[in-house]
Design a protein around this ligand. Sequence first.
Ligand SMILES: [Zn+2]
Length: 453
Amino acid sequence: MAQEADLVIRGGLIADGSGGEPFIGDVALTGGKIAAVGPNLAVRGREEIDGAGHVVTPGFVDIHTHYDGQVTWEHRLRPTSSHGVTTTVMGNCGIGFAPCKPQDRQRLIRLMEGVEDLPEPVLAAGLPWNWTSFPEYLDSLAARQYDIDFAAQLPHSALRVYAMGERGVEREAATPDDVALMARLAREAVEAGALGFSTSRTINHRASDGRHVPTLTAAEEELTGIALGLKKAGKGVLQLVSDFDDIATELPMLRRIVEASGRPLSIAVAQWNHAPNRWRDILDWVAEVNRDGLAVAAQVPGRPIGLLLGFELSMNPFMYCASYKALANLAVPERLAALRNPELKARIIAEAGALGFSTSRTINHRASDGRHVPTLTAAEEELTGIALGLTRAGKGVLQLVSDFEDLPTELPMLRRIVETSGRPLSIAVGQWHHAPDRWRTILDWVAEVNRGG
Ligand SMILES: [Zn+2]
C-alpha cells in the first residue's frame, strides 16, 4: 500500500454497505477512489479528516422521489442531498412533467400538486417548460449542475395525457393507436436515458382538483404495450404503486407484463390498515416470481410515509367527515370562516371518530414561543357551543384542565355547560402549593354535581 494518500478519514464508524457489522477504522482515498479501508491504516493523508463520532458510509441511493420539478430550477436536491444520499431516482408513481404539450402544462402541475402537495404557485413560477418530449426534458436537465446524481423515469400520467389528451385525463381506454404511440415514446425515452417507466394505480393519488390520476385504471394491454416499448429498447425498469385491492387479478397481470417484456419491475409495498396482512401476500408473491426467474423487487420505505395535513393543502384530518365535505369546495378564507362555528367544529370532531373534546385553561400550558395556549380564556359561549355540537352528535366526552384560580366563577360555568349539553365532563385535579386545599373543594363539588345527577 502506498504510504501516502490524497485523503484519509480517521476513526469513523465504517458501515461499508456489505451488510456486515459496522467497525471503527480509517478510509484512505487516492485519485478519487478508495485505496484502503481498515483500522489504524499506516498511511498518511495529504489531507486528513477526523471521523471520530461519525458514521462513514458509501452514499445512499434513494430510489423513490419526486424532484421532477425542483431539478428544473434548483442546483441542490435538498433535503435529499443533505441526508447523505448521493444518487436519487425521481419520476416515481407515474407523475412528472414530460412529455408535455403546452396546453397540458397546468394539468400536470395540478397532478403534482395533488399527489405530492407541491404548491401550484411554486411549480408555475419555477418550471421553465423548455421541453415538449421526454428526451428534450433530459437535455434541459443535462445543461445544469447538481449537488448529487439522479435518474429520471418516464411518468405514465404525463405520457398518457400527451398521447390521449382529455380522453387520457378522463381515464378512457387507450386505443391500439394510443398504445402504439405510448410504446414508441417510452422506447425513445429510455433510449435517451430515462431509467424506466413509472405508473400509479392508487386512489390516494389525485390531482388537486380531486380527480383520480389518469393511469388509475389503465388496462393490461396499455401497460404491456408500454413495457414492450422498453423491451425494444433493451433496457429500462418498470415502477408501480397500487392499492393492491384486488391482488388475485393484479398480481397475475403484473407477472404477465414482466414475462412478456423481460423488464424488471419494482412495486411499492406498504401496510394497509384495512388489510393488515396484505403486505405478506405481496412479499410472498415477490419471492415466488423471483424463484421463477423474474426480476421483481418490492420498495419498502425505511420509515412510514409522511403526509402534509392542512386546510390549505389537499389533505386534512377531517377530509372524510360529512360536515367537512359540505365545505370542502369553499375557498380557504371562506372555509376557515365557516369552521369557526363552534357547533360545526364539534360535529366534525365527532364525525372524525374523536372520543370527545378537550381544552386547557392553565397558564402552565404554553407554546415554545412562550405564548399562552389559544384556549386559556375561551368564553363560556364558545365552550357551550362546542359542547352542544357533541350533543347533536349524540356522543363525546368533554375534558378540561384548568388552574381553577377562580372556583366561584368557573365551577358554576362548568356545571351549566354539562347541564346544557348533557355531555360527561372529565377534569384534571392537582394539588396546588399556593392553594393546598383547593383539590378538596373541587372534589366536593364533583361529588355534589354527581349527586344532582
Ligand atoms: Zn411516489
